[in-house]
Structures are given as C-alpha cells and as structure tokens.
Design a protein around this ligand. Sequence first.
Ligand SMILES: Nc1ncnc2c1ncn2[C@@H]1O[C@H](COP(=O)(O)OP(=O)(O)OP(=O)(O)O)[C@@H](O)[C@H]1O
Length: 227
Amino acid sequence: MIEFQNVSFQYNDLDILKNFHITFRRNQISCLMGPSGVGKTTIANMMAKLIFPQKGQVTGIENAVYSYVFQEPRLLPWYSVYESIDFVLKDVYPIQERKKVVLKYLEMVGLESFRDYEPEQLSGGMAQRVSLARAFAYPSNVLIMDEPFKGLDMKLKQEMLSSFQRLWTESKRTVLFITHDIEEAISLSHEIYVLKNSPVEILENIVGVQGKDNHLIRNKLQNIHLL
Ligand SMILES: Nc1ncnc2c1ncn2[C@@H]1O[C@H](COP(=O)(O)OP(=O)(O)OP(=O)(O)O)[C@@H](O)[C@H]1O
C-alpha cells in the first residue's frame, strides 16, 4: 500500500496539502477526481517523487519504479513506433528479449503492423496506444496516468479503455489514474477518490467500484457536481 501520512505541501505559501492522508492499494487502480486546481497532479507528482512532502511522509514508494501516460502521447518524433518502446527498454533487457517484449505490447494494443510508422503518421488514438504500450512494456510497478484519454472521441476512448484493461490484466501494477470523466473512472477503477477544497480534502471515497452497481456510483458522482 502507498500511504500519504499527514502530508503538508505548499506552493508559494498556498497550502495545497495540509495534514493530508490518503492510501492507494498495491496493484489496484485508484482514481483521483475533483475540480481543476484541487491538487490531483500535486499528489501524483509526490507519489512519483518529483516533489516531496514539506511535512509528513509518503510510505510504500521506497522501491517504486514508475511509468507514465499523459494526455499527450509524448513520443519522440525521430523514433518509429517500434523504436519508441524499444528505446525505454534499452537498459532493461538484452536485445533478443527486448524484441519479444516490444512486439508483445505492440500486439496487445493492435499496432504490430504499424511498427515502422513515424509518430507524425499516426492518428492521435494510435499515438496514445503507443504511449500506453510503452508504459506497460517498461517493468514499472507504479503507473501514473494523468488524464490519458482526454480529448479522444467516444469510439477512440472506448478502444483505449479496452487496450488499457487488456494491458493491466496481463501486467498488473499500482495505477494512479487522474480523470474528470465519470465513465472512465467507473469503467477502469477499483477505488475512486473525489477531492475538494484548498487545502485538499477527500469528499468521497468509493471502494470496490468494479463489484458495485454502476448506476449507483454514476448517480453519486453526478450528484457531487464534480467537474
Ligand atoms: N509549480 C507550481 N508552482 C506554483 N503553484 C503551483 C505549481 N503547480 C501547481 N500549482 C498550484 O497548485 C494547485 C494544485 O495544482 P494541481 O496541478 O495539483 O491541480 P489539479 O487538481 O491537478 O488540476 P487540473 O485538474 O487542472 O490538472 C493549483 O492551485 C496550482 O495553481
């Protein structure tokens, strides 16, 4: 379990987190929702050790190895689809094994026949699928996804959600998933935190999402006037 214990953090004297406590279960998908500016990315950055608590501590990340998916695919323009994934595995696997891993993950996102394409030849959804495959191919144990499906149309989003589910089922890890989209949250997460206020507080914590009635959760989230 990853646990924020009494964590305080300020930007320029502004309290973003104050004696804040939250937990994230290992190998589960935890979702952060809540209004813009509430502190979701700050929590993700702290989990990723990009920033550190000014008071309190975050436990359970001592041996964390991270991968990320952002709203933009962040592919390097001079690498092909294959090389985009191969590149991050260079120091991880010897060449023969690396090849198997790259091809396995490309196949899982349905892009094996596009392996030689350059990023500029890909649609937005394809590029984002490369970025998902890259994040899962890398042997991380914590995956941080900051609004990864934002801006995709419904059909592409559905494809991405399916790709994500396939990847995560095959290669489980602890996922921190930030979204403003109720349907995404319900379809992927095991646990949803709705955040509010400044400094941030947990307004609602819904556990066991996958085993619950979607309508009830949807209604509850809609009623909180999230977003
Ligand atoms: N580097 C920074 N310097 C100063 N203030 C910052 C910095 N990064 C974030 N903030 C402030 O911290 C607060 C929380 O920001 P954060 O990005 O964590 O919110 P968020 O919930 O992820 O928002 P969004 O949904 O818009 O991405 C905001 O008020 C923001 O302006």
